[in-house]
Design a protein around this ligand. Structure first.
Ligand code: ASP
Length: 314
C-alpha cells in the first residue's frame, strides 16, 4: 500500500506576516513524518514525529508558544487514535509536558484508560519516562503580551480576533495499512482554566477507522463538539465507500463518485450551518486520498502528493 500523510497547523485568521512561518512549519512536519513513512516506518511514528515538529514550532498553538488561559497559564490537550484497533490515547489540561502528543501515545499504548487529565496525566507521564518541564518553559513573551492585552480588554471578543487559533494535527497511512490520526492544542486564547475543547475528545477533534479514513480538526471547539465533527467526517467516508460498492453492483453503476475533498467540504458546511461554527479539518480516506476544508480566512496545511512532492498551503 502506498503511504500517505497530511498535516495542519490550524484554521484561523493567520496574518500575512505569519504565512511564511506557518508554511515552513508544515513543511518541517511533513518532512519529519514522510522520512519515516517512505522508509517503511509505522504511521504512529510518522504522526508523532510530525506533531512533535509542530508542537516544537512556536508559531503554532500547541506545545511551546500556546495561548494562555485566563490565569496566564498554558494548559495543553492532545489525542492520538489508532484506526485499526479504534483505541485512542488522550490527555487534557496538562501544564508540564512539552510534547503532549508523546504522552497521548503513552496513554494509547500503556494505559488501561483512554484519557487522563491534569495532575494524573502528569504523574502518568513521569511514571512512563517522560520528563516534566516547568510550566513557565512553555510560555512565550508574545503570548504573555497578548494575554495582558486581553485582560485589559476584559477578555472582550475583539482582543482575541486574529489571535485565537493554531491547533496542529496529522493523519498518516503506512505501507502496512495502518491508519493513525492525532491532534494537539493549547486551546483557545484566554479560555477558562480547566476548559477542554474538541481537540482531545475522540470523535470531535480526531478520529480514525481503517475501514473509512482518519481526520484531525481545528477551530472553535464548542461548535466542533456539537456536530462531533471528526466522527461525522469518518461516517461520511464510510457511507461513500458503501455507496460506491452498491453503485458498482447495480446494472448502470452510474452514481457520481463522492471524493474525500467533497466530504471534507460537506463537514465544514455542516459546522457552519448547524453549529454556526468556524474551523477546518484534514483527512485521509482509507486509500490515503487527502481532503481538507475550512471556513476561516486561512488554514495552514500540507500533504504528500502521489509523486511524493509536498503540497503546502496557508
Ligand atoms: N479546537 C481548538 C479548541 O477549541 C482550538 C483550535 O483548533 O484552534 O481548543
Amino acid at each position: 500500500m502506498k503511504p500517505s500523510l497530511i498535516v495542519h497547523g490550524g484554521a484561523w485568521s493567520i496574518p500575512d506576516e505569519f504565512v511564511e512561518e506557518c508554511r515552513a512549519g508544515c513543511r518541517s512536519a511533513l518532512a519529519a513524518g514522510w522520512e519515516i513513512l517512505a522508509r517503511g516506518g509505522a504511521a504512529i511514528d510518522a504522526v508523532e514525529a510530525a506533531i512533535v515538529a509542530l508542537e516544537n514550532d512556536p508559531i503554532f498553538d500547541a506545545g511551546i508558544g500556546s495561548h494562555l488561559n485566563r490565569d496566564g497559564r498554558v494548559e495543553l490537550d492532545a489525542i492520538v487514535m489508532d484506526g485499526v484497533t479504534l483505541k485512542a490515547g488522550a490527555v487534557a489540561a496538562v501544564e508540564r509536558v512539552r510534547n503532549p502528543i508523546r504522552l497521548a501515545r503513552k496513554v494509547l499504548e500503556s494505559c488501561e484508560h483512554m484519557m487522563l487529565v491534569g495532575s494524573g496525566a502528569e504523574r502518568f507521564a513521569s511514571q512512563h519516562g517522560l520528563e516534566l518541564c516547568a510550566p513557565e518553559e512553555l510560555v512565550l513573551e508574545r503570548e504573555r503580551a497578548a494575554w495582558r492585552q486581553c485582560r485589559e480588554g476584559a477578555h472582550s471578543w475583539e482582543f482575541h480576533l486574529g489571535h485565537d487559533h493554531g491547533t496542529v494535527g496529522a493523519v498518516a497511512l503506512d505501507r502496512y495499512g495502518s491508519l493513525i490520526a492525532g491532534t494537539s492544542t493549547g486551546g483557545t486564547c484566554c479560555k477558562m482554566p480547566g476548559r477542554v475543547g474538541d481537540s482531545p475528545l475522540i470523535g470531535c477533534g480526531c478520529y480514525a477507522d481503517v475501514e473509512a479514513g482518519g481526520v484531525s480538526c481545528t477551530g472553535w471547539g464548542e461548535a466542533i463538539m456539537k456536530i462531533v465533527m471528526a466522527k461525522t467526517a469518518v461516517d461520511l467516508l464510510r457511507a461513500a465507500f458503501v455507496g460506491a460498492r452498491h453503485a458498482a453492483s447495480t446494472p448502470s453503476g452510474d452514481v457520481a463518485p463522492v471524493t474525500p475533498q467533497g466530504l471534507a467540504e460537506a463537514c465544514i458546511h455542516l459546522l457552519a450551518e448547524r453549529a454556526h461554527g468556524r474551523g477546518g479539518l484534514i483527512l485521509l480516506d482509507r486509500e490515503g486520498r487527502p481532503g481538507f476544508a475550512f471556513n476561516t480566512p486561512r488554514m495552514a496545511y500540507g500533504y504528500v502528493a502521489p509523486d511524493s512532492s509536498f503540497v503546502i498551503s496557508v
